[in-house]
Design a protein around this ligand. Structure first.
Ligand SMILES: [Zn+2]
Length: 407
């Protein structure tokens, strides 16, 4: 059995890959495609990626429910050693018990105690030098040390945070675009409650977007230097968990435009034959892997093994940011988005023809109402989908969430 490696990148927009020449060059033999997300944030995405379930199917009271059958759990039964290596994202602690080895930069063990002074000094240090808290090379090193010491085939999951806010692309890159302005934009972004075209200065809007793209360049450097460490026969899947929005008036990842729910998907597939010509739904990733190993799918999984006939992807975003709930459906041609308030009163309906209008700039809900799709979405949205993702929020976890911009 070949090793399997999934590398997920937080906030990796679908159009970022075209700005990563080194990755494109070093992964020349990889198939380049896209993946469609069912949620615009990490906590909602990983139940689909690691358990082929929507969040509300996989979680109960802030934890994975007993009936959730994860991909690492399945692969472990097939004889794989499993390791998860995360660049410090407390939303992913829920997956710790599913892996033989799990590392989340101390955010799982919670050994480090919260200390306000230390936290502020560390934040200022990282701001000043434009450093990442948990850089990709550290995560790669942990993962690489782990798999080289295993005797059975390995399933490795690596989660990187380079393009996630705070956007710190390193001192040299920040200096290239203007260091003082970068400090200002980082701070303005951090201390703005809901980052929109109205709440951020024009300067900050432009600069955070520049900083994001500098972080993409930083990531390009890091991934390309790691590629030669990957075992040759391994199946390697590299994709975003979700993207990042700059183009529709809100900054961050809460809404359902393709900036946030369409991500790069690069693959070297060494299991039974496969061609990812069309976008893959994230729900279908785990079934496709298990199918590639000629094993049966757990009954609880909602996805199916990849096929080029595109199945609509339903999407959900809870009211953590801005106070709105978003529900969406994405077919190969249309995107329908409903905006609700916290009480699920519908506020807005948007429809885009994503084939002819991939930037989703022309809302056709009046001219082309797509009633059957809207009905399907409304029907689906009427079910309860909101989920509590973290049961034990200690101070340390809270600090990291705040550092990542989640208040
Ligand atoms: Zn994320």
């Amino acid at each position: 059995m070949n090793d399997i490696i999934i590398i997920t990148v937080d906030c990796w927009r679908h159009d970022a890959i075209s700005k990563m020449p080194k990755v494109l060059d070093s992964l020349e033999d990889f198939q380049k495609s896209k993946a469609v997300c069912h949620s615009p944030y990490t906590a909602g995405v990983f139940p689909t990626l690691l358990a082929s379930n929507h969040a509300w199917e996989a979680f109960e009271d802030g934890e994975l429910s007993d009936s959730t059958f994860s991909l690492p759990g399945k692969l472990s039964k097939l004889g794989y050693s499993t390791g998860g290596f995360v660049a410090g994202n407390p939303f992913l602690n829920a997956w710790a018990d599913e892996f033989d080895t799990f590392w989340n930069a101390g955010y799982f063990t919670g050994r480090v105690k919260s200390n306000k002074v230390k936290k502020t000094v560390e934040y200022l240090y990282r701001l000043l030098f434009q450093r990442q808290e948990v850089p990709a090379e550290k995560v790669f090193r942990k993962a690489n040390n782990w798999w080289t010491n295993q005797t059975s085939p390995t399933f490795t999951w690596i989660h990187l945070m380079e393009p996630h806010s705070p956007y710190h692309p390193g001192l040299r890159r920040a200096r290239d675009i203007g260091l003082v302005g970068s400090y200002y934009a980082n701070l303005d972004y951090k201390f703005t409650e809901y980052q929109t075209a109205q709440s951020l200065t024009k300067f900050t809007q432009r600069r955070v977007e520049q900083l994001y793209w500098e972080c993409i360049e930083l990531l390009d450097d890091k991934i390309s230097t790691f590629v030669d460490k990957i075992p040759e026969n391994a199946t390697v899947l590299l994709l975003g968990d979700h993207g990042e929005e700059f183009d529709h008036g809100v900054y961050g990842h809460a809404r359902l435009y393709d900036e946030t729910v369409l991500v790069p998907f690069l693959s070297r597939w060494t299991l039974s034959e496969r061609d990812f010509g069309e976008p893959l739904r994230q729900l279908d990733l785990a079934p496709t892997i298990v199918n590639g190993l000629d094993s049966s799918l757990p009954e609880s999984w909602s996805g199916k093994s990849y096929s080029s006939d595109f199945t609509p992807a339903y999407m959900w975003s809870a009211p953590d940011v801005g106070g709105y709930i978003y529900a969406g459906i994405r077919t190969d041609q249309f995107k329908i988005i409903r905006t609700f308030d916290r009480d699920m009163e519908p506020l807005d309906l948007e429809i885009y023809d994503i084939k002819s209008d991939p930037n989703e700039s022309d809302d056709i809900s009046q001219s082309n109402p797509r009633q059957s799709l809207v009905n399907a979405l409304d029907n689906w949205a009427s079910e309860e989908h909101n989920v509590d993702f973290i049961s034990k929020k200690n101070d340390y976890v809270q600090d990291r969430l705040e550092a990542l911009g989640y208040k």
